[in-house]
Design a protein. Structure first.
Length: 589
């Protein structure tokens, strides 16, 4: 009877927490915890310790939240409740992040993650992983953050752990916002909002998602959209007496007025935020958020630039810098230092966010490198082996350089590499240097004038006769070992030429025979097409023949037109669908 009663009390507390009735939630959790401890009901007691810690922390009662998590962790250790130890211990670990003891938190979480894996506690694994992702977000190690967040989300999705799934997705949004990829950030925030909404967790929408989206909209200059969400957050926080969120909402209001250059109103709300944070001792218990306030307040004085503002900006920015240096938040330190340099010298540091670098240990198996590290990062190591991928792109230097990197990566690793093209000026040296493994098929009436005859060079009159192309490829296949000793790769640059000559029906028929033939011989294929050269219906007829699509496109930025790359699909494979700025100097290396 006691166990049923305790679970009922916990459920009532959870319902109160979900509806934002924090005081009721605390009453239920404290009542249940007292009864559980008096009757030596360990499992319910540990569950209640965890939930009570969460609600105290949410209310800005940091000392109580910290001590409650400590007591729960000690009890779990004492009785050997390993599953609960992973869970509540991870909760305690993230508290250390908030007080600035980042390395201690990481060490604890790594231990709890290993423990969770040992007992195959998938909920605890995804929980510890997303918290590690959050830790590495704060430390500025974005590659590690991305790895843990994606893994946590994927595990949580498979096991139906909606809370870890939502939290991991939320921090992916925060990570991409920090990297200034606002499209990806908004996508992840909206996805998180949908998860919480379906679960009935409206409080998380109002206290986490709305503030995050507000900040994102402010960064994008969408003041109206931001103000609406900020007001809803502020009203909810006042209703639930969540002083932490009230203070954060005041900061967002201040930023909103700052962006409108309404300096007096901005300062008024910054002061409210500052006093609110100090009233809950956030400078001790939530150092990252307190440092963020100091940084944003400093920017106001930097932007206003009236008498005395330079000194005030310097004071606020240096206070924020001191905190971030103490907690070893590398990216935050870099950002503030760049602002201080600008303030002192008038020179802006406009370095773009670094691409996320996936470590060798995080590369997925059976991948074929593209030869371009940043693209391999998005693909978790490269194109899946034996895949057929199409690169859609207008004619541009970046496309040609990317193709060259793909071909060189194969040729230099002594992999069998096929290149089917109408002109060969950019790859003549590869055909001449790597005659044993690089096969060039040049479909051009002037082929004899373009390149000298070599055993590995096949010259065709053009793309009018597809049968002749197939015969040349079959001839090359016969020269190869029947069993591939390693990855093979093919780049087919004639798709647009064939489509112009033969249109969709004939081109589909040719590719439907050609792609499986390459797969059967162990090839990973990169085809190339310029979609702007063809009617949309013909483009669609070709695209669905390929398992993957990588797109290069141009868009206008503050610095003029730039080219970007994005992976649009990679069937049944893991990849990052974030935007990659293509830099010619990196592609040319």
């Amino acid at each position: 009877m006691t166990l049923k009663f305790l679970h009922a009390v916990n459920d009532l507390g959870v319902l109160s927490l979900k509806s934002g009735e924090f005081e009721k939630a605390i009453e239920y959790f404290e009542q249940g915890l007292r009864i559980a401890l008096e009757n030596n009901c360990i499992d319910p007691a540990l569950l209640l310790y965890n939930n009570l810690s969460e609600v105290h922390w949410s209310r800005g009662e940091f000392q109580k939240g910290f001590e409650t998590a400590e007591k729960g962790t000690e009890l779990a250790k004492k009785v050997g409740a390993v599953g609960y130890l992973v869970w509540i211990g991870s909760t305690l670990a993230i508290r250390y992040v908030y007080v600035g003891e980042l390395q201690k938190a990481i060490s604890m979480l790594e231990d709890f993650l290993a423990l969770g894996k040992r007992i195959k506690f998938t909920a605890g694994i995804s929980y510890a992983m997303f918290l590690l992702g959050e830790c590495y977000y704060w430390s500025g190690e974005w590659d590690k953050s991305l790895h843990y967040l994606v893994e946590a989300r994927d595990i949580a999705r498979k096991t139906g752990e909606y809370q870890s799934s939502a939290n991991a997705t939320f921090w992916l949004g925060e990570l991409f916002m920090e990297m200034e990829d606002y499209v990806e950030a908004e996508k992840y925030f909206n996805e998180t909002s949908s998860i919480w909404e379906k679960a009935g967790e409206t409080d998380y929408q109002l206290t986490d998602i709305f503030p995050a989206l507000s900040k994102l909209y402010l960064k994008k200059g969408e003041i109206k959209e931001a103000k609406e969400l900020i007001e809803r957050t502020h009203q909810h926080a006042k209703k639930t007496k969540n002083r932490l969120v009230i203070s954060y909402a005041e900061m967002l209001k201040a930023i909103s007025f700052r962006e409108q250059k309404k300096w007096g109103q901005s300062i008024q709300h910054f002061e409210k935020s500052l006093q609110g944070y100090k009233s809950i001792n956030a400078q001790k218990w939530f150092v990252h958020q307190f440092a963020e306030l100091l940084y944003e307040y400093g920017l106001l004085h930097l932007d206003r630039n009236e008498e005395g503002d330079k000194e005030r900006a310097h004071s606020f920015l240096n206070q924020a810098l001191e905190i971030y240096q103490r907690v070893d938040a590398k990216k935050k330190v870099e950002k503030i230092k760049s602002r201080i340099v600008y303030m002192e010298t008038g020179q802006k540091i406009t370095a773009e966010p670094e691409p996320v670098a996936i470590k060798v240990s995080e590369v997925l198996p059976a991948r074929v490198t593209t030869g371009y590290g940043d693209l391999d990062n998005l693909l978790f190591g490269g194109i899946p082996r034996n895949y057929a991928v199409i690169l859609t792109s207008p004619s541009c230097d970046e496309r040609d350089l990317l193709i060259k990197r793909f071909l060189e990566a194969g040729a230099k690793k002594n992999q069998i590499t096929f290149h089917v093209i109408t002109k060969a000026s950019a790859v003549k040296n590869l055909a001449e240097r790597f005659q044993s493994n690089f096969y060039l098929f040049i479909c051009n009436p002037q082929a004899d004038k373009i390149i000298k005859s070599l055993p590995n060079v096949f010259k065709l009159k053009g793309v009018e006769n597809l049968t002749n192309i197939n015969i040349a490829l079959s001839s090359a296949f016969r020269k190869l070992d029947k069993s591939p000793k390693g990855p093979r790769r093919a780049c087919i640059e004639i798709v647009s030429d064939v489509l112009l000559q033969h249109h969709a029906v004939q081109t589909r028929r040719w590719l439907n025979g050609f792609i499986p033939e390459l797969k059967s011989k162990g090839f990973t294929t990169l085809a190339v097409m310029d979609p702007e050269m063809h009617p949309p219906q013909e483009v669609r007829a070709i695209l669905d023949l390929f398992e993957g699509e990588i797109n290069i496109y141009e868009k206008k930025t503050e610095k003029g037109f730039r080219r970007y790359l994005m992976i649009k699909k990679m069937l049944n494979q893991k990849y990052l669908d974030s935007e990659l700025h293509l830099k010619k100097e990196k592609l040319q290396k």
